[in-house]
Design a binder for this molecule. Structure first.
Ligand SMILES: [Zn+2]
Length: 313
């Protein structure tokens, strides 16, 4: 009799979709990736995923009936516990879709778990990365977007509707500041995410501020400007790190979770980002209990590893 010992983890992003095939010992034995096609409706989008799962398995010499399960991490609001996709920020056509049901049917009854990508990231870092052994942990993403995944009592905390951890939409200046993708003004991600930095800089230039920075105000340019003391670059970094500290302190004081694990591209900026955030966080924190800031350990693979972990969440 064939044993079902392989799992597939799929990390769907706004721009690319990555696949990992894992054996029973959790060893990565195959991988692939392609661009995420935002023009595809849900059926065609997931048909492409099914096709790629088949190719991945064939290339590794694995037959479909040996698959123990397929986990998919989506940048979406995903309903718990059934994995129904409510809506997806960067892939607007992927909404109102029963993805697990659709995939299970196409894959001959294989177990499928669909969940939020930050939940997947939190599981990965908690089980195999920087959060190993922590009873409670917050996985925090500092990237084009700002978000988090919450582990409480050693388990993923999903919340009532499955979108726990969407803390980038924590409102910090109600009705003020740039509009966020969620439709509100004043979300913390409108200040702390990389994608919003240029919006602020353009506004300051319009207001008459002088700078040596030029379009498109990338994070590389901002870091260079900061390091040579450009006033607007310093202001942008100060604003970003201040709101990151507000975000993290509000999470800390609400959940009292003392283990923060950070991932995301902003950590690669040529700046002491976490140090700047930590100084501001410490200024808010009057309690003085130990709080650890750790860097994620799993690198780029956290998405596929975490997606496979959704099967056991
Ligand atoms: Zn928002």
């Amino acid at each position: 009799m064939q044993t079902k010992k392989y799992t597939v983890g799929i990390d769907v992003g706004g721009t690319k979709t990555a696949y990992g095939l894992f054996d029973a010992e959790k060893k990565l034995i195959g991988r692939s990736r392609h661009f995420s096609d935002a023009k595809l409706p849900p059926e065609a989008f997931f048909d492409q995923i099914i096709e790629n799962i088949r190719v991945l398995c064939t290339e590794a010499g694995v037959v479909e009936s040996e698959l123990a399960g397929v986990g998919v991490g989506m940048p979406s609001f995903v309903r718990a516990p059934d994995g129904y996709i409510i809506r997806t920020a960067n892939l607007p056509l992927i909404r109102d879709f029963p993805a697990p049901e659709y995939l299970t049917r196409a894959l001959g009854g294989t177990t499928v778990a669909v969940g939020n990508d930050m939940h997947a990231g939190a599981l990965a870092e908690h089980r195999y990365g920087a959060g190993r052994g922590a009873e409670n942990m917050l996985y925090c993403l500092m990237s084009t977007g700002i978000s988090s995944g919450i582990i409480i009592g050693g388990r993923l905390f999903r919340g009532s509707y499955g979108f726990s951890g969407e803390s980038g939409h924590m409102i910090v200046t109600p009705g003020e500041g740039p509009e966020c993708g969620c439709g509100n003004r004043g979300c913390v991600s409108a200040y702390a995410s990389a994608s919003r930095i240029p919006v602020h800089i353009r506004k300051w230039i319009e207001d008459g501020e002088k700078t040596s920075l030029t379009e498109p105000f990338s994070t590389v340019q901002i870091a260079e400007g900061y390091n040579r003391g450009d006033k607007l670059a310093v202001r942008a970094v100060e604003q970003m790190t201040r709101y990151m500290a507000v975000w993290l302190f509000n999470l800390y004081i609400t959940l009292n979770i003392s283990c923060f694990v950070f991932g995301g591209g902003l950590l690669n900026m040529d700046l002491p980002l976490l140090k700047l955030v930590r100084e501001k966080f410490d200024a808010f924190d009057k309690g003085g209990m130990p709080v650890s800031f750790k860097t994620a350990e799993l690198g780029e693979d956290f998405g596929i590893i975490g997606a496979a972990e959704l099967l056991k969440a």
